[in-house]
Ligand binder design. Structure first.
Ligand code: BG6
Length: 508
C-alpha cells in the first residue's frame, strides 16, 4: 500500500516494466487507468525504465491513440495536468493493434515487447485487461499460447483482471480454472476497486492497530452490522450491461463482501498478502449457506420507478435504453446474512445497495448491544440512544462513534452524541482516482489488495442461493421504489421483523 502524494523513503520504486493495456480505447482506461498512471508519474512512483503498450482492435484506433488518450486525460484527470508530466508519460507509449480471435496478430505485441527489451532492457510485463468480461479468457489464452505468461530468468509476468469476475459461482470457478491453467495464482491480480479506497484499507488498521476495539469486536458486544452502498446515479447508458447483471451481481459478491470480509475476518498473523487474503477468504466461506426459501425470506430486491433526485428527474428503469419493458432485473438489493463461527454466530449482517436512491452513502455501521436500562428507570430518561461505530467511506471519509451523554442540567437526562474523525481534518492528500495504489501494488508484486481465487469463489457461493431463488421467482416479489427515496418499503420490513432499523442514508 502506498500514498501517491509523495515518494517517502520507504516507498519502493517498482521494477522496470512494460505496461500493456488491452481495451486501451475504452472508458475504464480513459477514466481511471491513464489518470492513475499520470498521478503515479507525477508522484515519481513509476520506474525509470517504463513503457506503455496500448492494444487496440483496429489500425485506425492505433494511429490516433496518443491524441485520444491525451484528450481523455484532460477530461478525467484528478489533478491539473502538467504538460511535461503528460509528455513523459505518453512519450513512452506505443500502440499496436491485435485481435485475440486472430492468433497471428499477437506477433505485433511480441515484436513490440522484444523492441522494449532490446532498446531499454525492459523484460517484465504487466498485462492489464481493461476489457469486457467475455474477453478475459480469449486474451489470456492468446498470451499463454504465445508464451507471454511464462516467467523466466527473473523476469515477471502479471495479469490484471477487471471485474466482474464471473456471473455466478459456476462461471467464476470456470474462469479461475481457465486462468490457472495459463498462469500461477501469484501472477493473477483480480481487481476490486473498493480495495483501492483508503478508508476501506483503514478498516484493518482500525481493528488491529488499536487495543480497544478488538476485545469488543464479537457477538458478546455487537448486536448487528449494517453495510450500505447507496447511489444516486441511475442506470443511464449502461442498460445492456445492467440487464445482464443487476444490483446483486454488480455490487454484492465483490464490493460489499470486501467490506464485510474486512469487518468479519480474524486478525491475520502477518500483514502480508497470504495471511490477509486467507483470513478474508475464511470469513466469507463462513457465511451461512441459505436454502432458496430462506434466501427469499432474508432478501429484498427492488426496481426503481420514475422520480426526482434533487433537481434531476429520473425515468422508470424499464424505460431506460436497452432495458426490456418487462424487465425483472433488480436495481436494489438488501440481504440478511449470518456468519457461522465463534466470533459472529447470531449477529446478523444486513447489506443493502441500490441505484437512483436519495443519497450517495457508503458506510459500515457496527451497532453495539444496548446497555442495561434498569438504573435509569427512576429518572426522567425514557430510552437510551443506540451505540454505533460507523466507518464512513462516502461522502464523508472518516469514523464516527455514537454514544450517550448527560445533558447538562440538574435533572438526569441523556442524549445521543457523536464523536467524529474526518480524514480531511488530519491528512492532506492529492486527489486520486483510487487506482493508483492498486496499479502501484501490482507493479511491486504485492497482491494484498487483490482478490484470490478462493475469496472470489466464497463470495459467489454465498450469493448463489439468492440468484437462484430470484431467478425462479421471476417478477414475483420484486419490490418497486420511487427514484429519490431510500429504497423499497420491504427493505425496512426486513429489519423491523428483527426489531431493528436501517440508519438513514441521507443524514450527516
Ligand atoms: C462499479 C459498479 O463496480 O462500482 C457500478 O459496476 C457502481 O455500478 C460502482 O456505480 C460504485 O463505485 P463507487 O466507488 O462509486 O462506490
Amino acid at each position: 500500500m502506498m500514498n501517491a502524494d509523495t515518494v517517502n523513503a520507504r516507498e519502493r520504486i517498482p521494477d522496470s516494466c512494460c505496461f500493456v493495456i488491452f481495451g486501451v480505447t475504452g472508458d475504464l482506461s480513459h477514466r481511471l487507468v491513464i489518470p492513475a498512471l499520470y498521478n503515479l508519474e507525477e508522484s515519481g512512483l513509476l520506474p525509470e525504465k517504463f513503457c506503455i503498450i496500448g492494444v487496440t482492435r483496429t489500425e485506425t484506433q492505433s494511429k490516433t491513440l496518443k491524441t485520444d488518450l491525451m484528450k481523455g486525460l484532460e477530461k478525467h484527470a484528478t489533478r491539473p495536468v502538467k504538460q511535461e508530466i503528460a509528455d513523459k508519460l505518453f512519450g513512452c507509449l506505443t500502440s499496436i493493434h491485435a485481435d485475440p480471435s486472430d492468433p497471428k496478430s499477437v506477433e505485433n505485441l511480441k515484436a513490440q515487447l522484444e523492441k522494449a527489451r532490446k532498446d531499454k532492457g525492459v523484460t517484465n510485463h504487466l498485462f492489464y485487461l481493461a476489457v469486457p468480461p467475455g474477453a478475459f479468457k480469449p486474451i489470456s489464452e492468446m498470451l499463454g499460447a504465445a508464451g507471454l505468461l511464462k516467467e523466466k530468468d527473473g523476469a515477471w509476468r502479471r495479469l490484471v483482471i477487471e471485474k466482474p469476475f464471473g456471473t455466478d459461482l459456476q462461471s467464476a470457478k470456470q474462469l479461475n480454472a481457465d486462468l490457472l491453467k495459463l498462469a500461477d495464482e501469484h501472477q493473477i491480480y483480480r481487481i476490486d476497486h473498493y480495495l483501492g479506497k483508503e478508508t476501506v484499507q483503514n478498516i484493518l488498521v482500525l481493528r488491529f492497530a488499536n487495543g480497544m476495539f478488538e476485545p469488543i469486536w464479537n457477538r458478546n458486544h455487537i448486536d448487528h452490522v449494517q453495510i450500505t452502498v447507496s447511489e444516486t446515479i441511475d442506470v443511464g447508458t449502461r442498460g445492456s450491461f445492467y440487464e445482464q447483471t443487476g444490483a446483486l451481481r454488480d455490487m454484492v459478491p465483490n464490493h460489499l463482501f470486501q467490506l464485510m470480509a474486512l469487518v468479519a475476518m480474524e486478525p491475520p498473523s502477518r500483514f502480508d498478502a497470504h495471511s490477509v487474503r486467507s483470513e478474508k477468504g475464511e470469513a466469507l466461506a463462513a457465511i451461512q449457506t441459505q436454502t432458496e426459501a430462506e434466501a427469499l425470506k432474508n432478501s429484498v430486491r427492488g426496481q426503481y420507478l420514475a422520480g426526482r433526485i434533487g433537481d434531476r428527474q429520473v425515468g422508470y428503469y424499464r424505460q431506460t435504453k436497452d432495458v426490456s419493458p418487462d424487465s425483472t432485473v433488480e436495481t436494489y438489493a438488501a440481504l440478511k446474512l449470518t456468519i457461522d463461527n465463534w466470533r459472529w454466530a447470531g449477529v446478523p449482517f444486513y447489506l443493502r445497495t441500490g441505484k437512483a436512491l436519495a443519497a450517495k452513502r457508503t458506510e459500515v455501521a457496527i451497532r453495539f448491544k444496548q446497555a442495561p436500562f434498569s438504573m435509569f428507570r427512576t429518572t426522567e430518561v425514557e430510552r437510551l440512544s443506540q451505540n454505533y461505530l460507523v466507518i464512513g467511506i462516502e461522502p464523508t471519509e472518516g469514523i464516527m462513534l455514537q454514544f450517550n451523554t448527560k445533558v447538562p442540567g440538574p435533572q438526569v437526562t441523556i442524549d445521543g452524541v457523536e464523536m467524529k474523525f474526518r480524514y480531511k481534518d488530519y491528512f492532506k492528500a492529492s486527489p486520486n482516482t483510487g487506482y493508483e495504489t492498486l496499479i502501484y501494488d501490482c507493479m511491486i508484486g504485492d497482491n494484498i489488495l487483490f482478490q484470490r481465487a478462493d475469496g472470489v469463489e466464497a463470495g459467489w457461493a454465498a450469493v448463489q442461493p439468492f440468484l437462484d431463488a430470484w431467478k425462479k421467482a421471476g417478477g414475483k416479489g420484486l419490490a418497486m421504489y420511487q427514484a429519490g427515496t431510500d429504497g423499497p418499503e420491504e427493505a425496512h420490513e426486513l429489519l423491523e421483523r428483527d426489531g431493528r432499523r436501517w440508519r438513514a442514508i441521507d443524514g450527516e
